[in-house]
Design a protein around this ligand. Structure first.
Ligand code: NAP
Length: 435
């Protein structure tokens, strides 16, 4: 078992930046391991704060932490210490936000992977950091180990980005790419939970809230727009079924959870939802827990970032890179940010899936309702081999406003023969070069 060292017993080495970890879980322990492995010059892990330190010290991960490190369950021991850089890896808004504010107010730099906190409070935390001559870095908060945030801030700040989109949640990507093989949602979710890719309560991932927080952060740094996370539409992947993959395959497409934001005049059009993705787009080849982000700039066109969006070790790489930047005094590039209204309205072609008790007149009934609202049917696809009493078939419609279509589809769902609410998915256009 590793030993607990007395707080305040270690001496600061001249010129060395001391790091304090708040949270010794999946990412925190990997950060400690990576720091130990890399032996970064001028940086030293000084403190680890976590509840139940005895339990942590009894675990394997603590064995890889140098004996000089001081462990504590009291946050005051860390916030009042000589630590130069506080690395918050506990998660959640409170108390993490409160403690980060105290650290920044006292001039300490902060590195965090906390996407919810940065989505909701990032702008004010950055102001607090600047006011106190400290740095706040959060490269691991979006796409884990994929350097999207530093890539956009350092490498693309010269462009004028107008759109950012892609796959921001590895759990959903794992589930949907596994379902391509014909497996059911519940079956693949159970496998994802067994493999540690999905939480026991998968709500934040499958209902889009995790991806939404990341999209809000990306919108701020890439599009210079501050939007309210709660105003961004997030749709669940729970209703996607194996049959949808079989139909979209026939269309030359697949299904992915897509997060997408673009500047349109004074507003930002943004949403997170499962969408039908043509196979010719690079993003359709993103399998397993991979994250892929594509930015689209007025001058430089498309730039693609792809890699491991989660997991202790890939995420630790992003955190340690931020620690190095903070230690060298290089914070993030600060670009002007404006508050903007956000809307989920988008004009796009759509995929509709119906499950009906088959009777004559269903297709003409659907076509009639669509036509009444000036929505053009594009195609109808019905595979053989399903019972007439529970017949799934699909239709595609030409580009129309998604919010109007939603209301029309709800009306179609009230037809007598409909056995369940129709599924309605946006189809990404083939020429959509950004994804
Ligand atoms: N895991 C990933 O792949 C990943 C990827 C990107 C970003 N992130 C972000 O990184 C952060 C950490 O994630 P994680 O997966 O490492 O979480 P985790 O495994 O649950 O680790 C969190 C650690 O913080 C401790 N902790 C939490 N609240 C605390 C409190 N109030 N007081 C004291 N200790 C507390 C926990 O202690 P107990 O063990 O006692 O609960 C645990 O050791 C989160 O913000 C997450 O969103 C994670």
């Amino acid at each position: 078992m590793a030993e607990k060292k007395k707080i305040g017993s270690s001496k600061a080495t001249a010129g060395v930046k001391k790091v304090a970890l708040l949270g010794f879980g999946t990412v925190g322990s990997s950060v400690a391991e990576l720091m130990q492995m890399r032996k970064l010059p001028g940086i030293e892990l000084g403190y680890v704060f976590n509840r139940n330190v005895a339990g942590k010290l009894a675990g394997k991960a603590a064995q890889r932490v140098p004996a000089s490190v001081e462990w504590t369950e009291k946050i005051e021991d860390v916030l009042g210490s000589d630590a130069d850089i506080i690395v918050e890896l506990m998660g959640g808004i409170d108390p993490a936000g409160k403690w980060i504010r105290r650290a920044l107010a006292s001039g300490k730099s902060v590195v965090t992977a906390n996407k919810q906190l940065i989505a909701y409070e990032g702008a004010s935390l950055l102001r607090l950091a600047a006011k106190n001559g400290a740095h706040l870095l959060y490269g691991a908060a979006v796409a884990g180990g994929v350097p999207v945030i530093p890539g956009v801030l350092q490498g693309l700040s010269g462009d004028s980005l107008k759109r950012v989109s892609g796959i921001l949640n590895g759990t959903c990507n794992f589930i949907l790419s596994q379902m391509e093989t014909g497996a059911d949602y519940a079956e693949v979710l159970a496998e994802a939970q067994r493999l540690g890719y999905a939480e026991a309560d998968p709500t934040a991932d499958v209902d889009g809230f995790d991806a939404r927080a990341k999209l809000v952060i990306l919108t701020r740094i890439a599009l210079g727009a501050e939007i309210n996370p709660d105003a961004v539409a997030a749709e669940s992947i729970r209703r996607i079924a194996a049959i949808d993959f079989s139909y979209t395959r026939e269309m030359g497409c697949t299904i992915r959870q897509i997060s997408r934001a673009e500047i349109d005049g004074a507003v930002v059009r943004a949403r997170v939802a499962p969408m039908v993705v043509p196979r010719s787009l690079a993003i359709a080849g993103s399998h397993g827990t991979l994250n892929t982000v594509v930015t689209n700039g007025r001058f430089g066109g498309d730039v693609v970032f792809s890699g491991h969006g989660a997991g202790g070790r890939p995420t630790a790489v992003a955190v340690v890179s931020d620690i190095l930047a903070a230690a060298q005094g290089s914070g993030q590039v600060a670009l002007p940010v404006r508050k903007r209204q956000v809307t989920g309205e988008m004009v796009a072609p759509h995929y509709l899936r119906f499950v009906v008790n088959d009777k004559p007149g269903i297709v003409s009934g659907i076509a009639g309702i669509l036509a009444k609202h000036k929505i053009n049917l594009d195609s109808i696809l019905q595979r053989q081999g399903y019972p007439k009493e529970r017949l799934p078939f699909i239709a595609t419609v030409e580009p129309c406003l998604n919010t109007t279509l939603k209301k029309v589809v709800a009306a179609i769902g009230r037809m007598d023969s409909m056995l369940e609410a129709p599924l309605c998915l946006q189809i990404l256009p083939v020429e959509d070069k950004d994804v």
